[in-house]
Design a protein around this ligand. Structure first.
Ligand code: ADP
Ligand code: MG
Length: 269
């Protein structure tokens, strides 16, 4: 089966500043890939390029294929149907994905209705409501019947991220892109959301592109990592290999920092 995402020698410029330099990355169906690197290393740009959402001022060269469709230079109307069917994205701050003026249940019903229509079904209100409850149960939102009527500001950060994940799942994407989905959460909630993402990806057979600046976080949910620094891919390989024998200086420093963090945690426990 061909790759869901195939990025080959992608370079992105802002004027004469190079933001991404010859980035290559592919994701096969069902594969879980981690993209790590410090803030500003080009992780989000790489993900945005993959779904054809680079900001207008940026120019891209190279090749980006999404489910076999060339993204660079493609019209938005060609790409729109692919976002949401092939991919869905969860961002760091769930509030950016949520409408403050709508109860969260209604917001999940929208992508659900679109998908069911696409499949040739006009779901009834009752059917949509039932499916929204099922999704909220899948993302383990406590008391989903009551909470689906709440507005985003009435939920905690972790609950909002669960709602954003339910919205992404409503699309039944083949690839879930999670861009620092736990960075804004406290450590306990972060661990819960990570476990949830890992379970949902496994249960639904989805591929995952998990973006984080935090190596130990990524290592828990992916099979393979791609390490970026200053817009360049500096290392890639299976998680265990990169962890046990990092080849690049930058990756070595990430692994060393992760180890000392673990030791510090053991000291506390
Ligand atoms: N629209 C844009 N115009 C100009 N520069 C940008 C734009 N978007 C991102 N950048 C720059 O590109 C670099 C990589 O950004 P980004 O991919 O967001 O980093 P990361 O997600 O790894 O933190 C940063 O230096 C950022 O300032
Ligand atoms: Mg980013």
């Amino acid at each position: 089966m061909s790759n869901l995402v195939d990025i080959g020698n992608l370079s992105v410029q802002a004027g004469n500043r190079t933001l991404l330099d010859n980035v290559s990355l592919s994701i096969a169906p069902g594969e879980r890939v981690g993209l790590i690197g410090e803030s500003g290393s080009g992780k989000s740009l790489t993900a945005l390029a993959a779904i054809g959402l680079l900001a207008p001022g940026l120019t891209a060269s190279g090749s980006v294929q999404l489910a076999g469709q060339q993204v660079i230079g493609a019209q938005d109307r060609t790409l729109m149907p692919l976002r949401g069917t092939v991919t869905a994205t969860v961002f760091q701050e769930p509030l950016t994905a949520l409408d403050p003026l709508l109860p969260v249940g209604r917001q999940i019903a929208e992508p659900l209705r679109r998908r069911l229509r696409r499949d040739g079904r006009g779901p009834s209100r009752a059917e949509l409501d039932a499916k929204v409850q099922t999704l909220l149960t899948q993302v383990a939102l406590p008391d989903p019947a009551t909470r689906s009527r709440r507005y985003p500001h009435e939920l905690s950060g972790g609950q909002r991220q669960r709602v954003a994940i339910a919205m992404a799942l409503a699309c039944r994407p083949q690839l879930l892109i999670a861009d620092e989905p736990t960075t804004a959460l406290d450590v306990t909630t972060q661990a819960e959301i990570l476990r949830l993402l890992a379970k949902l990806v496994a249960d639904n057979g989805m591929a995952l592109l998990f973006i984080s600046h935090d190596l130990p976080v990524v290592a828990r949910v992916v099979d393979r990592v791609v390490v970026m620094q200053h817009g360049v891919v500096v290392e890639t390989g299976p998680v265990a290999e990169v962890f046990s024998a990092p080849r690049h200086d930058y990756t070595r420093s990430l692994v060393a920092a992760a180890r000392s963090f673990d030791r510090a945690l053991e000291g506390v426990a």
